[in-house]
Design a protein around this ligand. Structure first.
Ligand code: 8YV
Length: 324
């Protein structure tokens, strides 16, 4: 009590995170340290929390073990596949993410990307800018959202926000998850391959990490078929990227809309060269409005923790109060 806790900032010094934490903790900015290793060795023994503002750094057991007094990892973003939350839970470390505050934003972006991909809107805009409209009208889009059925892979909070939007569009929704969600009215497919066979559009909105790696492989793409459209709002790791590139080149599927990639920010040149893809630089939640709420939640979790109130949004692997 009375002790100002030491917190290590891992990632960029976002103003809301720094501004919110500076008055209540002793904030160490790893990002600004000239000699990171010496800096870490210096502060590691005192650090009680990590504030993670960048998902590029893997927060694995070896990393967390450098901080013997580590109590909590507060990470920005709803996805936390960059953190070994199972190990953290087993070692009494709480992990928090930033759910809910981004649901509607990501769902908006998902519908935008779906419409862009189905109706070839970015291609049409490039056409206009290139001055080609005066020569001939842009070709009719071969695909349409009319008569499509969307298979959602994942049915969490964001999945439900996407499904609600599709309801309003008059587009039927089905979904695949490991366990059916009793709270939703949509048909559940226990087997992804069966769903891929029955629908022509897949929207990925599920966690990344080892359990979902390459879930969308050549077999799923083949089952989706020549009218198939794949939208990835989840993590690049969920898709076998080389298999997807092959499927797009060979017209095994019709098109893809991707907000996430296997090795961000690097996007394979082969994808960039394709006309039947729409590519976004991982901006599902990336508005000033929503990112401010996410950053604030990173602060709120640490503020609540050090005030003795427990975390605001712990991940399921590190429940609070801890399961015994
Ligand atoms: C960001 C995201 O990539 O919330 C997520 O899981 O993918 C994004 O909002 C990021 O985590 C915030 O920088």
């Amino acid at each position: 009590a009375g002790d100002t806790p030491d917190v290590l900032l891992v990632g960029t010094a976002k103003p809301i995170v720094v501004g919110g934490l500076d008055p209540i903790v002793r904030l160490h900015r790893l990002v600004e340290a000239p000699d990171r290793e010496r800096f870490l060795a210096d502060v590691a023994g005192r650090v009680r929390a990590l504030a993670v503002t960048h998902s590029g750094n893997p927060i694995d057991p070896a990393y967390m073990q450098r901080f013997p007094k580590l109590e909590i990892v507060s990470s920005v973003g709803v996805g936390y596949d960059h953190i070994d939350a199972v190990w953290a839970g087993q070692n009494g470390i709480v992990v928090t993410n930033t759910p809910e505050v981004l649901d509607e934003e990501v769902a908006d972006t998902a519908l935008g990307l779906l419409l862009c991909t189905v109706r070839e809107l970015p291609q049409a805009e490039r056409y206009l800018r290139a001055g080609k409209w005066v020569e001939a009208p842009f070709p009719l889009s071969r695909a349409t959202l009319r008569n499509r059925t969307v298979g959602l892979v994942g049915m969490g909070r964001i999945g439900r926000a996407i499904a609600r939007r599709l309801d309003a569009f008059g587009v039927p929704v089905v979904y695949h998850t490991r366990r059916p969600n009793a709270a939703v009215p949509y048909r559940h497919y226990p087997a992804l391959l069966n769903m891929a066979r029955d629908v022509d559009t897949l929207v990925l909105i599920l966690p990344g990490g080892p359990t979902t790696r390459n879930l969308i492989d050549a077999a799923v793409l083949k089952a989706l078929g020549p009218d198939g459209i794949l939208i990835n709002m989840a993590r690049g790791s969920v898709v076998d990227e080389p298999a997807l590139i092959e499927a797009l080149k060979n017209r095994t599927i019709f098109a893809a809309g991707l907000d996430v990639f296997a090795n961000e920010p690097h996007v394979p040149a082969e994808l960039v060269a394709l006309e039947n893809v729409v590519l976004l630089p991982h901006l599902g939640s990336a508005s000033v409005h929503t990112r401010a709420r996410m950053d604030q939640l990173v602060v709120d979790n640490l503020a609540a923790w050090f005030a003795g109130k427990g975390p605001v949004t712990p991940v399921p692997e590190t429940p609070w109060p801890p399961a015994r």
